[in-house]
Design a protein around this ligand. Structure first.
Ligand SMILES: Cc1cc2nc3c(=O)[nH]c(=O)nc-3n(C[C@H](O)[C@H](O)[C@H](O)COP(=O)(O)OP(=O)(O)OC[C@H]3O[C@@H](n4cnc5c(N)ncnc54)[C@H](O)[C@@H]3O)c2cc1C
Ligand code: FES
Length: 428
């Protein structure tokens, strides 16, 4: 009997040991496979970073010579309406001199200098008006530049406001074959292509254009970088390039496209990955596995303001939040607060008319101030990017309330992003 018990015990111990050995081997194999996969992923990612970095460097070096100074003539090769109601139009712009185009960084914009002619008499030279438009498509070797422009109609709340000058001019009077004066791509709101950090691209309304360019860049480079693309519009009437977005999200495992409609039609929210309401950090919390992303935002000021604040509250630090304003937007409230100088000795003199005015601390910039006094000054982007408002200072100093792309030399200022820092005399 004792022998029998010993035999059974021995057998059971042997079975347990065998099971442990098998489990350990399986675990090791699994861990080995996992490690191998991770290692391959790292090698792939590093290679990807290197590949993209190398390509970017190559482009920058090889194509530096292609960048031009001042304006260059482009003709409109193609004009395509992108939305259901014909309010948003893409212009495919080809250099009229037939020479190659330099590559650009995804997120950059073009500066157009338009001669706004009187539609009744197109022979007369009109007023030169400057506006910036983000590049909305990407190619490593561009044969054209694409911009996508929304027509600005009079505001619904105040139908007496005039319609947007340039957007309407482009829609109504610029057609295929017409020639435009365009400055080389610029801007610092760019996707860092040397990094593999996962990204969240957030576009509201027409603010989607630089995001499209960033998304297309990642798609074109075959990068495995994780991208979440959130696109906010009123409803499907306003959405552009929807088929393209759906195609991309189906074709690329790393690309996740979500559309948010604030006032959707019933059928809008039947589609996959659509949501009712504005793009919000609450939605990110529901969909993203963590907050460890770089966030790129472009859209109406209230949207940018609320998202940046909520991201901060979620623990995302400022160095992971990048944004672009399409106008004199105040993304950070402190920008406006800082500009509220109350010192009574702040004055601005416009030397050409000889008029001197006490500074109004409610005004956001010298350019706004000049316009409110009926003083003609050139303006373009109104966010310190395009240099159109560069004005010579005859006496005094300015303070920048918003960092310009490049701070001008001593003796000049960008009036769209500065306020007087004492008695100021401008050559205007
Ligand atoms: C870096 C950058 C990138 C940009 N990218 C794009 C882009 O990709 N696509 C795009 O469509 N836009 C883009 N923009 C915006 C673009 O540059 C223009 O600002 C936009 O097209 C409006 O120009 P506009 O001449 O048509 O309107 P404006 O004539 O400048 O008028 C602007 C608004 O003010 C209203 N308005 C005009 N006069 C008055 C008045 N007296 N009282 C009250 N309201 C008035 C108009 O109705 C209009 O709504 C970008 C801007 C920047 C700075
Ligand atoms: S208007 Fe563009 S820099 Fe001032």
């Amino acid at each position: 009997m004792m022998d029998y018990i010993l035999q059974i015990t021995g057998f059971l111990i042997a079975v347990v040991v065998l099971v442990q050995v098998v489990l350990t081997l399986r675990m090791s194999l699994h861990q080995y496979q996992l490690r191998r996969k991770l290692m391959h992923q790292h090698i792939e990612d590093a290679g990807q970073t290197f590949k993209i970095h190398r390509l970017s460097q190559e482009h920058i070096q090889q194509q530096e010579s292609l960048v031009w100074n001042g304006s260059r003539k482009f003709h409109v090769d193609r004009k395509e309406y992108e939305d259901r109601n014909g309010n948003i139009c893409s212009f495919y712009l080809v250099p009229h001199d037939g020479r190659r185009l330099p590559a650009f960084l995804p997120g950059q914009f073009l500066t157009l200098r338009l001669n706004i002619v009187n539609p009744q008499d197109r022979r007369k030279r009109g007023r030169v008006t400057v506006r910036c438009y983000s590049l909305s498509d990407y190619s490593r070797n561009p044969e054209y530049y694409r911009i996508t422009v929304k027509r600005l109609s009079p505001q619904k709340a105040d139908p007496d406001t005039p319609p947007g000058v340039v957007s309407n001019f482009l829609h109504d009077y610029v057609g295929e074959g017409d020639i435009l004066d365009i400055e080389a791509p610029k801007g610092k709101f760019c996707l860092d292509m040397t990094s593999q950090t996962p990204i969240v691209l957030i576009g509201g309304g027409i603010g989607i254009t630089p995001m499209l360019c960033m998304l297309n860049t990642i798609a074109e480079s075959d990068s495995s970088r994780e991208v979440w693309f959130f696109y906010g519009t009123l409803n499907s009437d306003d959405i552009i390039l929807n088929d393209h977005l759906i195609r991309l999200s189906k074709a690329k495992e790393n690309v996740h496209v979500h559309r948010c409609y604030s006032k959707p039609y019933d059928e809008d929210i039947q589609e996959a990955d659509t949501h009712t309401g504005h793009v919000s950090v609450d939605l990110f919390k529901r969909l993203l596995p963590s907050s460890n992303y770089s966030f790129y935002i472009c859209g109406p000021p209230p949207m940018m303001q609320s998202i940046t604040q909520d991201l901060n509250t979620w623990g995302v630090s400022d160095e992971h939040i990048f944004f672009e304003a399409f106008g004199p937007a105040t993304v950070k409230p402190q920008v406006r607060e800082e500009s509220k100088d109350t010192a009574s000795d702040l004055t601005v003199t416009f030397s050409k008319s000889g008029e001197t005015y006490p500074w109004d601390p409610e005004t956001l910039s010298i350019l706004d101030f000049a316009e409110s006094k009926g003083v003609a000054m050139d303006g373009g982007c109104r966010i310190g990017n395009c240099n159109t408002c560069l004005t010579a200072i005859k006496e005094g100093e300015v303070r920048y309330v918003h960092d310009p792309d490049t701070v001008p030399n001593q003796g000049s200022c960008l009036t769209c992003v500065s306020v007087p820092a004492g008695k100021l005399i401008l050559d205007a």
